[in-house]
Design a protein around this ligand. Structure first.
Ligand SMILES: NC(=O)C1=CN([C@@H]2O[C@H](COP(=O)(O)OP(=O)(O)OC[C@H]3O[C@@H](n4cnc5c(N)ncnc54)[C@H](O)[C@@H]3O)[C@@H](O)[C@H]2O)[C@@H](O)CC1
Ligand SMILES: [K+]
Length: 480
């Protein structure tokens, strides 16, 4: 099963891997034509009713694979109003090659004749709301025929994610959907075929640019909606919590609080005026601070980053244990706090971000190349009961059931502090994504930021350089 949003991400990832959308459209159209052949004999009258998006584009391709049928293509609207280049190119090809391709300027002018089969390619996953004219009238016209109806991807008017129709919808006999089953097709009376359109498994396995689609700002959001991040770190080290807090802001969090020992408050505040420093007494985190920290994080529904720069004094690790045992919100656990995770029962949602050594210390696989041991990382995440983002040249992310790989990054990232920026980005993502998706997209953002800087910085990259590039990695120019 795949949602429309994931499908769109996978499709963009496939293009980035060298399998462009137009190629997928060719396979989709071919698959629709194959289904038509199975259902009616050569010579049969086939009416293709196409909308102006890629759903229609799939059907323009199908028409080219049905030369031994009596095919008429009806485009609902003017060719200039076709919304994508690839659909328009396929329409233009029909016209140039003198297929029977007609423009329907007025929905009342749609004349389907008496076809044996109708290909419904008006609205696919790009539908929003109830079908409007000319699609609305065309739905009624299709439902009024006695023809066999084959819908492309999803019956027009039906939401592929929910199966619900906001208004009229095509009553399909058959649906040819692509790549994977869609949740909304399950309950329909139609017979559903899933066509393999050549999307490589790598487009799903490797985190790619399509995954950035999940990061959106709600234009009506108010301060705090994009997340408050609360870094619990610092003491022996000061740079780590400051990097994590700033990276969270750069990746879209609205506010970044950093809870640190009084003794290091001044240097940490001096790093960045954007951080809100909340000091607690002493020189390091100890169990007596935990109640206050849990209360603050709980009251504000903060995403916590626990670990950066905390050090590994016994009483600090006791405090980390107690924090996790009594907090039930979302936490990115990094660095010094990682070894306590296997020892605690917690109701919190954790994303653990170990490097290879920390992974081994937690009881995970001790291997050189995590990519060769995906099953072991998955098994470890399953035993741990938390999402694991195992950092290496190629990061491996698993929730115990799903496992993905992130290949973004540069050799320069071995410099200290890039794990701290990753922890901060992960927290920002955890504010707006579920734990697994946050853990997948965050290393892609962090790694892509380094890639954007590679030409200028090479192996002289600093973690603090990443801060400036993170927004570009998230919101910079991308393919449509
Ligand atoms: N995403 C993918 O990975 C793939 C998508 N493919 C095809 O692309 C389709 C999605 O294409 P698009 O995103 O271009 O969208 P659609 O072709 O589903 O619909 C978009 C068009 O419909 C119009 N529209 C939206 N809501 C409407 C409404 N309520 N009433 C009337 N018109 C409305 C839009 O203005 C736009 O012109 C899929 O359903 C599938 O058929 C395939 O080619 C294979 C791969
Ligand atoms: K359709």
């Amino acid at each position: 099963m795949i949602s429309s949003a994931t499908m769109a991400a996978v499709d963009e990832n496939a293009a980035a891997l060298g399998v462009p959308r137009k190629q997928l459209m060719e396979s989709s159209g071919n698959a629709v034509a194959r289904r038509v052949r199975e259902l009616v004999d050569p010579g049969a009258a086939v009416a293709v009713v196409a909308g102006r998006g890629n759903n229609g584009g799939d059907a323009f391709v199908a028409a080219r694979f049905l030369d031994d049928y009596d095919v008429t293509v009806h485009l609902l609207g003017r060719p200039e109003s076709i919304t994508t280049d690839i659909a328009r190119e396929n329409w233009d090809a029909l016209v140039e090659c003198e297929y029977d391709a007609r423009e329907v300027r007025d929905s009342r002018a749609l004349d389907l004749g008496d076809p044996d089969l109708v290909v419904d390619a008006m609205l696919g996953t790009g539908v929003s709301g109830a079908p409007r004219d000319p699609e609305r009238s065309a739905v009624e016209a299709i439902d009024a025929t006695d023809a066999v109806v084959v819908s492309v991807d999803v019956p027009s008017g039906v939401d592929a994610d929910t199966g619900e129709a906001a208004g009229v919808a095509v009553e399909a006999d058959h649906v040819v959907t692509f790549h994977d089953a869609k949740p909304g097709l399950d309950a329909l009376a139609a017979e559903v075929t899933v066509a393999d359109i050549g999307i490589p498994p790598a487009a799903e396995r490797f985190v790619g640019p399509g995954d950035l689609r999940s990061i959106r700002r709600d234009p009506n959001a108010s301060k705090g909606d994009a997340g408050r991040v609360f870094v619990v770190g610092g003491g022996p080290y000061t740079g780590a919590p400051a990097l994590a807090g700033q990276a969270a802001l750069r990746a879209g969090a609205d506010l970044s609080f950093v809870a640190v020992p009084e003794s290091v408050k001044t240097p940490i505040q001096a790093y960045a005026e954007d951080l809100i420093v909340q000091p607690y007494e002493g020189e390091r985190l100890t169990p007596e601070h935990v109640d206050d920290l849990v209360r603050t994080a709980t009251d504000h529904d903060d995403v916590v980053v626990l670990g950066p720069g905390l050090g590994s004094a016994d009483e600090t690790l006791d405090a980390a244990r107690e924090f996790l045992a009594s907090f039930d919100g979302r936490v990115v656990v990094d660095a010094d706090a990682l070894p306590v995770v296997p020892e605690v029962e917690t109701d919190a949602t954790l994303v653990c971000t170990p490097n290879r050594n920390e992974l081994a210390e937690m009881g995970g696989p001790e291997v050189d190349d995590l990519r060769d041991h995906l099953g072991e990382v998955e098994g470890f995440a399953a035993d741990l009961g938390h999402v694991v983002l195992a950092k290496a040249k190629d990061d491996v992310v698993s929730d115990g059931e799903r496992t993905r790989v992130c290949r973004a990054g540069t050799p320069g990232m071995t410099v200290g502090g890039t794990g701290d920026t990753l922890a901060g980005v992960t927290a920002a993502m955890l504010a707006t994504h579920d734990a697994f998706d946050a853990a997948c997209v965050a290393p892609y953002v962090n790694g892509r930021a380094a890639e954007l800087l590679e030409a200028d910085h090479g192996d002289g990259l600093l973690a603090s350089d990443l801060l400036e590039a993170i927004p570009r990695a998230v919101w910079g120019e991308r393919d449509a």
